[in-house]
Write a protein that binds this ligand. Structure first.
Ligand code: EPS
Length: 382
């Protein structure tokens, strides 16, 4: 069972989203502002629709802290929905939209109305995951681990290879200047133009996000059991983000087309310690972190809500009909980058607490320092 557990509840147009994060250590300073910062980023990005202008995601921690510090008790968080018109969505929806959970949810639960499916399957829920994941990221930052996600492809416009700075601060500065979270100004402009074009055509766009976790200690996760492998846990968390249809760890795609010798990372000696001249494995070998940055890439399909809806069938009459449309985003790839940080943060924080203890932040820091002190080291001239 995971040490850190995240549970969310709430509907897209219900009164509020509710979240519980269980398993946090005591002693971590934490205020609403830590959560709010990431929520603001998730709401933005070129390609978002009208709903994001209506909402103002203000997270409220309602339990689990005492005088602004975590207590070891479950953390409970609320985010109110401004677009709270659930009471007005009582008209039955009988025409499931292709690409959404509408049809599969109706078949699964035996509903003659898609509303309950739409309300819970909505990506609105990721607001709460971002809030709770922000807490995990905050915990990781406390021990020097930092997560950065940025957009590397949007609607077929791709960030050129090798355009990435090697340090997180520079990468984040450049990303945060772009309305689509892309670090290269020229590529960013082309992505914005592509979103505008898609919006005019009533289309939606997908893309790719790259997530990097920096300064992750080696030894998180284990090969000892399949469901404890960290790459499996990260993969599942990434695939739980709506619209994500594929996940790549490290340079898996390139490796698949290479000879084995150039698909792996030699182990070298650099002065007093070990070094890896390349990071094709994306920081994970045998399902365990190896001390290199963890690199995960997510592929998102275009969101399924279409201004020119795809054909469907009215489940009442059996008649072929066009789907429904109210409003939608054009692209959510920049928002997915923030959600990816939150979800990866959750998984990494869970693995950190599992390895170093989850009761108290001070004891965790001591355990981590003791572990780091025991990592292989030789005198420089040996
Ligand atoms: C969503 C549909 C849209 C998005 C929503 C996800 O909402 P609405 O149906 O109210 O127009 O804006 O995303 C969010 C509300 C959010 O916070 O990200 C969907 O069908 O998944």
């Amino acid at each position: 069972m995971p040490v850190l557990r995240m549970i969310t509840a709430g509907e897209s147009h219900g009164p509020m989203l509710v979240g519980v994060l269980e398993g946090l250590p005591a002693g971590l300073p934490l205020t609403d502002a830590v959560l709010a910062r990431r929520l603001r980023r998730r709401q933005g990005g070129h390609g978002r629709g009208r709903r994001m202008q209506i909402e103002s995601d203000r997270p409220r921690i309602v339990s689990g802290t005492w005088k602004g510090v975590t207590t070891g008790s479950p953390l409970a968080v609320l985010i109110e929905n401004r677009s709270n018109r659930q009471h007005r969505t009582r008209v039955r929806k009988t025409t499931p939209r292709p690409g959404h959970a509408d049809l599969s949810g109706m078949l699964k639960y035996g509903f003659d109305d898609a509303n309950p499916v739409i309300e819970r399957a909505s990506a609105r829920e990721t607001a709460m995951r971002t809030a709770l994941g922000a807490v995990a990221c905050h915990l990781l930052e406390r021990v020097g681990v930092r997560l950065t996600a940025h957009v590397i492809a949007l609607g077929g416009v791709e960030l050129p290879e090798g355009a990435r700075p090697g340090d997180p601060a520079a990468l984040e500065r450049r990303r945060d200047r772009s309305p689509v979270a892309c670090i290269d100004p020229g590529t960013s402009r082309a992505m914005v133009a592509r979103v505008d074009e898609a919006r005019e055509r009533g289309e939606s766009l997908g893309g790719r996000v790259e997530l990097i976790a920096w300064s992750v200690p080696p030894g998180l996760g284990t090969y000892a059991q399949w469901d404890r492998r960290l790459d499996a846990r990260l993969g599942a968390a990434m695939l739980s983000i709506p619209s994500v249809k594929a996940v790549e760890i490290g340079d898996a795609e390139l490796a698949a087309a290479s000879f084995g010798r150039s698909a792996h990372d030699p182990i070298e000696r650099d002065g007093e310690s070990l070094a890896r001249p390349t990071n094709r494995a994306g920081g994970l070998e045998g399902g365990v972190t190896n001390g290199e940055p963890v690199v995960v890439r997510l592929t998102l399909k275009p969101i399924p809500t279409q201004r020119r809806p795809l054909p469907t069938v009215d489940l009442d009459s059996g008649a072929p009909v066009a789907g429904r449309y109210i409003r939608s985003d054009t692209a959510v790839v920049p928002a997915a980058a923030v959600i990816a940080e939150a979800m990866a943060g959750h998984v990494l924080a869970d693995a950190l607490l599992e390895k170093f203890g989850a009761d108290r932040i001070d004891l965790l820091e001591e355990a981590l320092a003791a572990y780091r002190a025991r990592l292989p080291r030789w005198s420089a001239d040996a």
